[in-house]
Design a binder for this molecule. Structure first.
Ligand code: ATP
Length: 396
């Protein structure tokens, strides 16, 4: 009997020990898994520390032989090979890529940045500029309403009549005379998204990215349609060139080619309209003015007497004026002034009133402001009443 008890006890002891060993095995297996993970993590860290850095670049062109021209972030344009692991279909001009350390091969296409649009464009949902904010320029307003506002608002009229409105309009004239203002007003009145881009920035600030930004601009405009795209200073990318020898010129040419391709690609009755501006119509590449592109050219000249009077009226609308302020006289004194000059004159006149501790703006504030803003272009002020009496007297 005593022997049976002894056997039972031994069996129990062994079973307990087996259970203990099984538990230890489980614990040790968990520890092995954990340590394996640690080893692989630290191995990866060592690899990262030892790996050579890659060079970032932007694809300018994919060559027929499968190589590519890349603008590297280190400076020069490189002709490089493309690694076999790269999906060649995704390799397009404008794509951001990583080159191996010697800069000889594209080894990775980098993901598209999240904010590609905001970088070079100014996007205003619905500008609150109205036609009534534009002084003079009645003919230009009428024309732009016909060729931009009407097709955006009522494309069916054009479809019915079977005529095609222009896709693009080129506004030209001296700076500060209201080209941007006209574009904003037509966007405001047509309830369209206003997207503007300064072409000279494409050429200077966004080297290697011009074509991509143009493509994204149009993609974006179509998404936010109806929209009006304003390309300011278009001569920076669309000037006539005799040769395109340097890489900078080739880059600008690629940007222009992309712009023309985008223009050719959409329908005249799509609800995207493009307005471009320039101060130099004489140097614009004629390819831009062909039918189906910027086929309506509108001049926005310096304002005449009536125009200047209207612009003074607009910019003094909210000002408290003394009774002696004669806007027609001010218009006569500002021959050669632009709309932007007149706006600056009105603001400066307001400051003059503040400096004189007055709560209203008087004629003399304007005269002083004209002298300051126009400088040597200023013509002395002779009140019309004195002039009528033949008195050649200067008031200031
Ligand atoms: P740039 O060629 O330099 O771009 P622009 O012709 O586009 O010049 P705007 O930017 O439209 O000139 O004008 C600058 C400012 O001058 C406007 O915001 C507006 O306040 C004023 N201005 C210019 N022209 C007029 C106008 N005809 N009527 C009222 N304000 C005007």
């Amino acid at each position: 009997m005593a022997e049976v008890d002894l056997n039972n006890e031994r069996r129990k002891g062994i079973s307990d020990y087996v259970r203990y060993l099984e538990m230890r095995i489980q614990e040790l297996e968990a520890e092995v898994t954990y340590l394996r993970r640690e080893v692989s993590y630290y191995k990866q860290e060592i690899e990262k520390l030892l790996s050579t850095p890659l060079i970032e670049g932007v694809v300018l062109e994919v060559l027929e032989d499968g190589r590519a021209i890349v603008k590297s972030s280190t400076g020069p344009n490189l002709i490089v090979n493309v690694s076999g692991s790269i999906n060649k279909g995704n390799l397009r001009p404008g794509a951001h890529v990583a080159l191996n350390q010697r800069g000889s091969t594209i080894v990775e296409i980098l993901p598209v940045r999240e904010d590609p649009y905001v970088k070079a464009m100014e996007i205003i949902e619905r500008p609150n500029v109205r036609y009534s904010d534009i002084g003079g320029l009645e003919d230009q307003v009428r024309e732009i309403r016909e060729v931009v506002e009407l097709p955006l608002k009522h494309p069916e009229v054009f479809r019915e009549l079977g005529i095609e409105p222009p896709k693009g309009i080129l506004l030209y004239g001296p700076p500060g005379c209201g080209k941007t203002l006209l574009a904003k007003a037509v966007a405001g009145e047509s309830q369209a998204t206003f997207i503007s881009l300064v072409a000279s920035e494409l050429a200077q600030k966004f080297v290697g990215e011009g074509a991509r930004i143009v493509r994204e601009l149009f993609e974006f405009a179509r998404k936010r349609a109806p929209s009006i795209v304003l390309i300011d200073e278009i001569d920076a990318i669309a000037a006539r060139r005799l040769d395109i020898g340097t890489s900078g010129e080739r880059e600008i040419h690629r940007t222009l080619t992309q712009l023309l391709a985008e223009l050719d690609g959409f329908d005249p009755l799509d609800n995207v309209k493009v307005i471009a501006t320039t101060n130099r119509l004489d140097i614009i590449d004629p390819a831009l003015l062909r039918p189906g592109r910027f086929d309506r050219v509108i001049e926005v000249p310096l304002p005449g007497l009536k125009g200047r009077y209207d612009i003074f009226k607009i910019h003094t609308r909210k000002m408290k004026l003394s009774e002696n302020v004669d806007l027609m006289e001010l218009a006569k004194l500002t021959e050669g002034a632009t709309g932007a000059d007149i706006k600056a004159i009105c603001t400066e006149a307001g400051y003059n009133a503040i400096r004189s501790s007055r709560r209203y703006v008087a004629m003399e504030d304007f005269i002083r402001a004209i002298r300051k803003v126009l400088g040597s272009r200023f013509r002395p002020y002779i009140p019309s009443s004195s002039r009528e009496k033949g008195i050649d007297k200067q008031v200031v």
